[in-house]
Design a binder for this molecule. Structure first.
Ligand SMILES: CC(C)(COP(=O)(O)OP(=O)(O)OC[C@H]1O[C@@H](n2cnc3c(N)ncnc32)[C@H](O)[C@@H]1OP(=O)(O)O)[C@@H](O)C(=O)NCCC(=O)NCCS
Length: 299
């Protein structure tokens, strides 16, 4: 270890650091993230949030989260180096340590625009699918029109999530994703601003769900799965109607789901995000996927 490297070290975040790390690092990036979410992640995954400490002052100067997802895979997110410590090799060092620590696993992440070369230098490669980050200025007149053109199918009931439906939700989510993501799902249910569950009255089973986080008057979709485009559209519009004061919506999805974005005007910020990984990844199960959450690490 060189003298320079010895000035910083990485360790797990402590309980009392979560708030400071959120406000001094993560929140400054304006991502789809909230303090309650970070706290819940820390509670449910106590060994998965890492910080880099400046030895001399004991200040936290960087953070990164690595959470297990698909068997054999971890998703990495919230990598932030404090602004005044960037471009000194610390981000690369932090990421390198995470890669080494999880050398028996494949790490995936969604890269922010422009950071692809940073990750490529660390040995990650682009994998599909590309995510489209849609930024939408809601047009309430259009919402009204779409609602009257597409009255809610009598068979579909859309309700607010309650704790009692967690087993059914987890079952639905596991089937939709192709793997059990129950721990992260519990974080989502506890920390969403609004969590809607759609069920079929005749089939008496769940047919979709969506989670949203509201921050700074922006509604960010944070995971949505549905059995069909119709169900997805109904959940999407129900969510928008639940937030009459919201002017902007962000939804990260994949290309064929573009039809969801018919409730307003796309803003120029709309962009794509690249999924990157340290190794081969299983195909993402897309058939029921309408909004990506992937731990919500992109804008
Ligand atoms: C991205 C980030 C973590 C990089 O951390 P850092 O400590 O500044 O990066 P490093 O000094 O370790 O840089 C390592 C290499 O990547 C390059 N690099 C760093 N940031 C980059 C960026 N945003 N885009 C492209 N290349 C970048 C550096 O030039 C350096 O290349 P070199 O080794 O050829 O000189 C940091 O800029 C940051 O916190 N950004 C804001 C949050 C963010 O975007 N996080 C990534 C989310 S996907």
């Amino acid at each position: 270890m060189s003298c320079e490297e010895d000035k910083f070290f990485m360790r797990l975040i402590s309980d009392k650091e979560t708030e400071d790390v959120f406000y001094s690092l993560i929140n400054k990036e304006h991502w789809n993230q909230s303090l309650s979410r970070i706290k819940a992640i820390h509670e449910v995954f106590p060994s998965n949030i890492f910080v880099m400490i400046k030895r001399e002052t004991e200040e936290v100067i960087a953070v990164v989260i690595a959470i297990p997802t698909h068997p054999g895979q971890f998703i990495v997110g919230d990598l932030v180096v404090r602004e005044d410590h960037r471009k000194q090799g610390l981000g690369a060092r932090m990421m390198q340590m995470v890669v080494e620590k999880h050398s028996h696993f494949t790490l995936t992440l969604i890269s922010m625009h422009g950071t692809e070369s940073f990750y490529r230098k660390l040995g990650l490669q682009e994998v599909g699918p590309t995510h489209c980050g849609y930024y939408l200025e809601v047009d309430r007149e259009m919402v009204k029109q779409i609602c009257s053109d597409n009255p809610l199918d009598n068979d579909i009931s859309i309700n607010l999530y309650t704790n009692g439906v967690f087993p059914a939700l987890n079952k639905y989510d596991t089937n939709a994703r192709g793997y059990d993501c129950g721990k992260y799902l519990s974080v989502m249910t506890k920390t969403s601003s609004h969590f809607l569950v759609a069920s079929s009255r005749t089939l008496e089973k769940m047919i979709g769900y969506a989670s949203c986080i509201e921050t700074a008057n922006i509604l960010r979709f944070d995971g949505m799965y549905a059995d069909s485009d119709t169900v997805a559209l109904h959940i999407f519009r129900e969510m928008i109607e639940a937030f009459p004061h919201i002017k902007e919506i962000r939804v990260q999805t994949i290309k064929p789901r573009e039809f969801l974005i018919q409730f307003g005007n796309l803003l120029p910020k709309t962009q794509t995000f690249t999924r990157m990984a340290t190794g081969p990844v299983p195909d993402v199960c897309l058939s029921k996927l309408y909004a990506v959450n992937d731990c919500g690490y992109t804008e």
